[in-house]
Design a binder for this molecule. Structure first.
Ligand SMILES: [Zn+2]
Length: 449
């Protein structure tokens, strides 16, 4: 009986992401990160950093890096109860071999070995300055579909060229969505997935690029206990692991005198912090009570699966609708330099910044975003086009007219609806403004020690 229930929740959750190809938490992380770090004097006034190829950095610090990664692994094993230990065979060793240092490093931190790390800065498309070469999206991302990256221009940097810390961090904050967390589980059809030790993917769609990165970018820490009882696999997620790893790597790079990689690893960690500020990334089925989830599941077990299929499709569509809306609004506000825009204002003006602790991503950040999931879901249902968010026969990914979502909301519900949605978006991102700053300050504090 219990096994059957588990299987059904697996099915429920697995299906949840099957349509979620374009779902990447917040769209355009650089636009979210830039207002946060640009208003921190610790970052904005820091000296320009010299761009260093990853291989050169790694080779220069191999011995110390091996020690750092051993300590990091020990930390994860003793602090993350659900953590799948890194197989000892993948431990980083200093060999001095320049040929494979990059591959050895990627395997030791268990990211996709095909991850690209060119030297470059990202800017909104057509806003890149100067006459430098622009990189093709395929040069920064190892994903098969890079069409969504057309929103940005990627300006190449030469080794040794100086870049501003704000730009390096903002650029890097998009990179975890470029494929580094794709294909890492045994059921993802990759050779490295067989040896990384992460086992079978707990949730998300293992067959899709974006689906397979889900457990690294989403964390369900605050569901009702009964949900975890029936579906303990929901705990098998890795945002906290990535956040800690990239923080350690960032502090390490600064201490080793390589500010460029200090800022870039910081950007990687900030990506995951921002992901956890997104209510749909910390909540299994936003807008559904625990009782309703269990009821839907029970009916599904009895052979009545329509309610479950509907719930899965609706949540997927709402997730995509709010991200599409947010991406459009933020790109507009950034292009027009709208400092009064509530989201930009929330990102630029944080309230009090609490000291960072390793439990903050879960206990403070994800808790707060999870707590607003039902409210956000309600506003989405109320104001967004019903065909997009309340019709389970629609697959929103197949509706290109979703790019008109802002105009459709305004035409149907007026400026008040836009204001309400903007406020909710600002509220969620203000969580990142607070905890992202706290993360940055902790890194810089430790690096200076
Ligand atoms: Zn992400």
């Amino acid at each position: 009986m219990k096994k059957r229930v588990i299987i059904n929740i697996v099915a429920l959750h697995g299906a949840l992401f099957c349509c979620a190809q374009a779902v990447v938490a917040w769209e355009h992380h650089p636009l979210v990160t830039e207002p946060v770090v640009a208003t921190m004097p610790e970052v904005a006034e820091a000296p320009l950093a010299e761009a260093v190829p990853l291989e050169a950095f790694l080779l220069a610090v191999e011995e110390d890096l091996a020690e750092l990664l051993a300590r990091e692994e020990a930390w994860a094993r003793s602090n993350l109860s659900w953590y799948a230990p890194r197989p000892d065979a993948l431990a980083f060793e200093a060999t001095g071999n320049a040929e494979d240092v990059r591959d050895r490093f990627f395997r030791a931190i268990r990211i996709n070995p095909n991850t690209k790390t060119p030297l470059y800065l990202a800017a909104l498309a057509d806003e890149a300055e100067g006459a430098k070469r622009l990189l093709d999206p395929g040069e920064v991302s190892n994903l098969e579909d890079t069409s969504w990256l057309s929103a940005f221009d990627f300006t190449e940097l030469s080794p040794g060229e100086l870049a501003s810390p704000v730009d390096i961090v903002a650029t890097a904050s998009n990179e975890p969505d470029y494929g580094m967390d794709v294909g890492l589980f045994t059921d993802n059809g990759t050779d490295f997935g067989q040896v990384f030790g992460f086992g079978v993917q707990a949730f998300g769609n293992p067959a899709l690029d974006y689906g397979s990165q889900a457990p690294f970018h989403m964390g369900f820490y605050h569901e009702a206990r009964i949900v975890f009882l029936f579906a303990p696999f929901l705990k098998e997620s890795y945002p906290e692991h990535r956040i800690h790893l990239f923080k350690s790597l960032s502090e390490f790079a600064f201490r080793q005198g390589c500010d460029y990689w200090g800022w870039r690893f910081m950007g990687w960690g900030l990506h995951t912090m921002a992901d956890l500020s997104m209510p749909y990334h910390t909540t299994v089925l936003p807008g559904y009570s625990t009782l309703r989830m269990l009821w839907i599941n029970l009916l599904d077990m009895l052979g009545f699966s329509r309610l479950k299929d509907n719930a899965v499709q609706l949540v997927s569509n709402r997730h995509m609708a709010i991200e599409t809306y947010q991406g459009i609004m933020l790109a507009r506000a950034s292009r027009n330099d709208e400092e009064a825009d509530p989201t930009i204002a929330a990102l630029r003006q944080p309230r009090q910044i609490p000291p960072y602790t390793d439990s903050a991503p879960r206990k403070a950040l994800a808790r707060s975003s999870n707590a607003m999931a039902a409210r956000l879901d309600k506003a989405i249902k109320r104001y967004m086009p019903a065909q997009f968010v309340s019709d389970p026969s629609v697959e929103l990914a197949d509706r290109p007219e979703r790019s008109q979502i802002v105009e459709m909301i305004e035409a149907a519900h007026g400026a008040r609806a836009i204001a309400t949605l903007n406020c909710l978006q600002a509220e969620a991102l203000s969580l990142f403004a607070v905890h992202g700053r706290s993360y940055v300050l902790a890194i810089l504090g430790n690096a200076a020690r």
